[in-house]
Design a protein around this ligand. Structure first.
Ligand SMILES: CC(=O)N[C@H]1[C@@H](OP(=O)(O)OP(=O)(O)OC[C@H]2O[C@@H](n3ccc(=O)[nH]c3=O)[C@H](O)[C@@H]2O)O[C@H](CO)[C@@H](O)[C@@H]1O
Ligand SMILES: C=C(OP(=O)(O)O)C(=O)O
Length: 421
């Protein structure tokens, strides 16, 4: 069991190196399996547990994968895929496993999905994915525990997503890329990670237009080839470091090519955090007290649900009452109870939370219920008096690379330990 220990009180200062994006690299690993010849190279790969699971999953279906950790580079040779099974013991450990389905369908004519994991955030349906595959000509057999998707060649069609699902959009683009004819995906996701995946697929030879508009057109091609691609920076990792500077009264230079925090930056600015773009570096600092904030999560370009939990910690440290409305997931407030153990005053009512700040936070033994509640508790620990122990730290490691080392380099008192219980 992984546990983080944080002793609060230190202002974070220095240069924070932002990792590559988890939610871009996982679909890219799935995309690499579409290339039947050659070797794909992915650069700026975040060394996170989800990437390790994705490597294991790719190997389990027959790909040859090298993860060069110190070079943050993945080399994937998918010329020989041997198994259409996504085995439960790996696939259930991360959400990105769902992104292997299109490659297995195209390369082996079927995908046998024994499980899909990911953060426990309430209902996380996959109906848009399966309806899309069916419209493209696949047979989908949804058993109690195993889902079997079969197709001897897919054919383009018009697809519609009820809401712009992130992985749903990526999966249907990948399924359409090697289908016969034209596919149109209406109400497609606009997230920058989706656009980065489209960039990679385009380099591979896919013909995709309309990325970022909500209406994506894919002209199917005969084959896709292996390419080199650099993963975009992780805006969630960047948001967390900006918040760490804000709540500790620190000052950080965030380094990560082309970093854009979007609405999160504007919300933090409303709270009193100062940002300055200095060429390729985004500088963030906070001197005065934090003001309260209202947040409504939404699909891009709205406020990212994945930063809602860390923002709850920031709100608990602001002077006044903040309001949070979670609109993407129906079970994303597990953090509230843990923050309250540390002295926060968070009241949850359905999809809304009221955070009454500022209450002094004190170190406590708390539990990460999912990746982002975990990192939110690390933030709380940085601002709390005394020591905070965060159990189930594996969930944090799913999405943040070398967290303790990166924060220690900025002056934080944080350690990661492995314990029996
Ligand atoms: C690996 C990855 O990229 N994970 C991200 C991805 O997850 P993921 O792609 O799983 O999230 P979706 O955008 O698909 O889901 C958003 C909402 O749509 C609903 N829905 C989705 C698909 C579907 O077929 N039917 C359906 O009802 C879900 O239940 C959920 O309430 O986007 C989420 C929302 O930005 C982020 O929190 C995750 O970090
Ligand atoms: C919900 C998240 O991830 P996943 O979809 O991989 O569970 C997340 O990154 O916060």
């Amino acid at each position: 069991m992984v546990r983080y220990r944080v002793r609060g009180g230190n202002a974070l200062r220095g240069t924070a190196f932002i990792q590559g994006a988890k939610n871009a690299v996982l679909p890219m690993i799935g995309a690499a399996l579409l290339a039947a010849k050659g070797r794909t190279v992915l650069r700026n790969v975040p060394i996170i547990e989800d990437v390790r699971r994705a490597v294991e999953l790719a190997e389990s279906v027959g790909a040859y994968v090298e993860l060069h950790e110190s070079e943050r580079t993945l080399v994937i040779d998918a010329s020989r895929l041997t198994s259409a099974v996504l085995p439960a013991e790996i696939a259930r450990r991360f959400r990105g496993s769902v992104l292997f389905t299109p490659a297995l369908l195209h390369r082996l004519g079927e995908a046998i999905i024994e499980g899909i994991g990911g953060c426990n955030l309430g209902s996380r349906n996959l109906d848009f994915h399966y309806l899309g595959y069916k419209r493209l000509g696949a047979l989908v057999d949804e058993g109690e525990t195993v889902i079997h998707v079969k197709a001897s060649g897919l054919t383009g069609a018009t697809l519609y997503l009820d809401t712009p699902s992130h992985t749903g959009t990526e999966n249907l683009i990948m399924a359409a890329a090697l289908a016969k004819g034209t596919t149109v995906i209406e109400n497609a996701a606009l997230e920058p990670e989706v656009l980065d995946v489209i960039d990679m697929l385009t380099k591979m030879g896919a013909r995709i237009s309309g990325g970022g508009t909500g209406f994506i057109t894919v002209e199917g091609v005969e084959e896709l080839h292996a390419v080199e691609h650099t993963v975009m920076p992780d805006r969630l990792d960047a948001g967390v470091f900006a918040m760490a500077a804000a709540i500790t009264g620190g000052e950080l230079s965030l380094v990560g090519t082309g970093l854009d925090l979007g609405v999160v930056r504007y919300k933090l600015e409303q709270m009193g955090v100062e940002f300055a773009r200095q060429g390729a570096v985004l500088h963030v600092r906070c001197e005065g007290p934090l003001r309260p904030i209202n947040i409504i999560t939404d699909t891009y370009p709205g406020f990212a649900t994945d930063l809602q939990s860390p923002m709850m910690t920031v709100a608990a440290l602001a002077d006044g009452t903040s309001y949070i409305h979670e609109r993407i997931f129906d079970g994303r407030f597990a953090l509230a109870g843990e923050l309250n153990k540390m002295g926060a005053n968070v009241e949850v009512d359905g999809s809304r939370a009221i955070v009454r700040g500022r209450t002094p936070l004190v170190g406590a033994r708390v539990t990460a219920h999912d990746l982002r509640s975990g990192i939110a508790l690390v933030l709380a620990g940085l601002a709390a008096e005394g020591e905070t122990q965060i159990d189930s730290g594996y969930l944090i490691d799913r999405g943040h690379a070398h967290l303790a080392a990166r924060m220690r380099a900025l002056g934080a008192d944080i350690t990661r330990e492995i314990s029996e219980r």
